[in-house]
Design a protein around this ligand. Structure first.
Ligand code: TYD
Length: 136
């Protein structure tokens, strides 16, 4: 998996559709390059709020806006990239060294996050200069 923020890490998830509607599956290592240990979702985000603003030491994540849309900026210390998540079948893979920020949440946005590790506050890098020291 390329670890460069300028390379697209959008994963197009398969939509199973019929006259009843649509269904999309994320199935552990069959769909994404890690086993899912944790699931959380961000919703009811107030207007103008930016979330994230951190990187990780170990945690890899897959982000899907299952309702509404939001924008994610990625920074790997060398390149910056913006991705709009606006479809339940469009997933963004975040590597540990992606400093990320989420914004432009629509009021109906539900941002689903699948993570490779259990929650550990020690796995967060929240200081940008520390991030550059570790990954620059
Ligand atoms: P926070 O890290 O502030 O979210 P973000 O920086 O991505 O916008 O998380 C908000 C709160 O939720 C914080 O008190 C930590 C807690 N939390 C957990 O307990 N477990 C988790 O898996 C996550 C992602 C957050």
């Amino acid at each position: 998996m390329n670890n460069n923020a300028n390379e697209s890490r959008i994963i197009q998830l398969t939509e199973f559709g019929d006259e009843r509607g649509l269904l999309t599956v994320v199935e552990g290592s069959n769909t994404i390059p890690f086993e899912i240990k944790r699931v959380f979702y961000i919703y009811g985000t107030a207007n103008g709020v930016n979330r994230g603003l951190h990187a990780h030491y170990k945690t890899r994540q897959l982000l899907v806006s299952v309702s509404g849309s939001c924008t994610i900026s990625l920074d790997d210390t060398k390149r910056k990239k913006e991705v709009v998540l606006d479809s339940p079948s469009k997933a963004l893979l975040l590597e540990p060294n992606d400093w990320h920020e989420m914004y432009n949440f629509t009021p109906d946005c539900v941002l689903l996050v699948l993570a490779s590790h259990l929650y550990d506050s020690e796995d967060y890098i929240r200081d940008y200069s520390k991030f550059v020291e570790v990954y620059g």
